[in-house]
Design a protein around this ligand. Sequence first.
Ligand code: PEP
Ligand code: MG
Length: 381
Amino acid sequence: MEVTLIAGEMVVHASVPSGKSTGSHEALELRDADGGMETAIANVEGEIAALITSREWSSADEIDTALIALDGTPNKSRLGANAVLGVSIAAQRLFAEAAGVPLWKAIAERGGFSAAAPRLYLNFMNGGEHADFRLPFQEYIFVVGGKTSEAYAIAQDAFAKLGTVLKSNFNTEIPMGDEGGYSPKFDDIEKPFEMLAALVAEHSGTSIAIDAAANALRNDIGGYTLTGKDYTPDELRALYAGLIKKFPFHSIEDPFAETAMGDFAKLTAEAGEVIIVGDDLTVTNPERIKTAREAKAITAVLIKPNQIGSVKEAIEAVQMTRAAGWAAICSHRSGETDDTFIADFAYGIGAHGIKAGGLGQKERREKYERLVEIEKGAEAV
Ligand code: PEP
Ligand code: MG
């Protein structure tokens, strides 16, 4: 979904990504029966355009409030979260341009955040639903912090090296998964971590993360199945504990299904310094983040604006996350576009990290490149 907003001489565009491994409580992405977005587009060109052009607006926040009211449902199911968020992002861009400030700065000011460069979370190996389960977990992530330009250079070097090692291991080219990372097939659960750990050993300030995306690992006997082997929730927790002990882990996202709040809490209690992240569990929804907070279920929240459907509510989700004392990690979606809004959002809120995929696809690299550009601009001020 791409939206263009025009105000006088200013013309801005925004496009909205689409997820494949979605949580059941996400805002609704409105699709036609054939998978198209004609209805959502008609909503933008019809009702939403009528609202936007009906009066003058003094802020992007005011526009978001009106859009949320116009939709009138708790999950944007009438107009579509894709329609509403497209306009919401475009409005944020427009007001930043009108004020003559960079997008990230407008976001920082809007939410009262201290802007800062996020750690880069690069999805080096894709598994789960993003790669036909050639690897059990959905994302095998190389985490690198510090100055973005230097972090990105390290990531490029490490990604190329991994490609060479995998190629010589398998004696063939390795296919890419949905998010521009390699997707080799290993039945040995530890093998991908050994490969990432070897890269981490070469660069200080780097570490490993995963998105287990455990919704997709559920079996029908109340547990999880990984590479053909069944695990009870306690056995899966023991598997994570073993991995944390053995490898340099920074965080684990969605280690259990979205319904298993108690299992999240148990793992969080024993994970020590390792951050436990909610994605499908919390779906960028302030109410669900509040519930997770009461359960002490996690220590970080993944922030994906299209899970909630407006910039305003994504900012509220970050504020709720921070009120819990937790880290906010911003994320792209598996179906991405060239829009780099999420990079500005991550920098503007001073996120702990940003997940934007591997380096094998242009739409993933563009997010990291935008962060390098932001850093240069911020240094020049
Ligand atoms: C994720 O699960 O964190 C992710 C980015 O994938 P998707 O967009 O398919 O939800
Ligand atoms: Mg996830």
